[in-house]
Design a protein around this ligand. Structure first.
Ligand SMILES: Cc1cc2nc3c(=O)[nH]c(=O)nc-3n(C[C@H](O)[C@H](O)[C@H](O)COP(=O)(O)O)c2cc1C
Length: 212
């Protein structure tokens, strides 16, 4: 007959492996999460340089930031706003809103708005939209997102800030209207938010957190 001691032994080995496995999964998960965060940070910095070209500002863009809590920007978490200035005068603000209603969930954006309320541009920082359909919002996949450049709340007029399918100005994609509709809405709401809070966004001291 097998002794209980011997029976306990394989159980202990199994338990040990289970623990090791769990530890490994946790480690890989943590590493993946920090890798995703690092990739998004790197992407954000590259994109900032594209939307606000060097030479158009003379301050330290990465240090001249504030944080805002504003549901109008599509997210419950605080959003960082970068301020570009020339000789101390505001040039543009770069906001990172979220379009919460993409086809496959939230779409993270970077939206640069000049002081006069015109768009320096917008880019997608992260999404899970379908390759070949919704992912055409990505500047690496199509020029669609470039269509926001120089737009403002007056151009097109507010009722035309929609995809063409909904009577607006912006193209949808063949067989994919949900994704571009979500992005157009988020960019529009970011412009409205900027118009309502512009002076406060530029005047707040670096490091300030502004609630709604
Ligand atoms: C597997 C699958 C993936 C889809 N992915 C997307 C997507 O990423 N973005 C999108 O807008 N529509 C996507 N669609 C299409 C939507 O379900 C919807 O039909 C479409 O957005 C509506 O646009 P339409 O009125 O131009 O057909 C997908 C459909 C299927 C079946």
């Amino acid at each position: 007959m097998t002794s209980p001691k011997l029976l306990a032994h394989p159980a202990a080995v199994l338990g040990l492996f289970a623990l090791l496995g769990l530890g490994l999964v946790t480690l890989v998960h943590d590493h993946t999460q920090s890798q995703i965060a690092a990739n998004e940070r790197a992407m954000r910095l590259r994109t900032l340089g594209v939307l606000i070209p060097a030479g158009s500002f003379d301050n330290d863009l990465l240090a001249d930031t504030i944080t805002v809590h504003a549901r109008a920007l599509g997210v419950d978490q605080p959003v960082t706003i970068y301020r570009a200035r020339q000789g101390g005068e505001p040039v543009a603000a770069v906001l990172s809103p979220v379009a919460p209603d993409g086809y496959n969930g939230a779409i993270a954006l970077l939206v640069a708005i000049r002081k006069d309320g015109s768009l320096a541009g917008a880019r997608v920082l992260g999404h899970r939209e379908t390759p070949g359909l919704g992912d055409l919002i990505d500047a690496d996949k199509s020029d669609w997102i470039l269509g926001f450049e120089d737009r403002s709340l007056e151009n097109p007029p507010e009722h035309r800030w929609r995809v063409k399918r909904d009577g607006g100005e912006f193209d949808q994609f063949t067989g994919a209207t949900i994704t571009p509709r979500a992005v157009v809405k988020a960019v529009y709401q970011t412009l409205v938010f900027f118009r309502s809070h512009r002076d406060r966004l530029f005047d707040a001291a670096p490091g300030t957190t502004i609630g709604e």
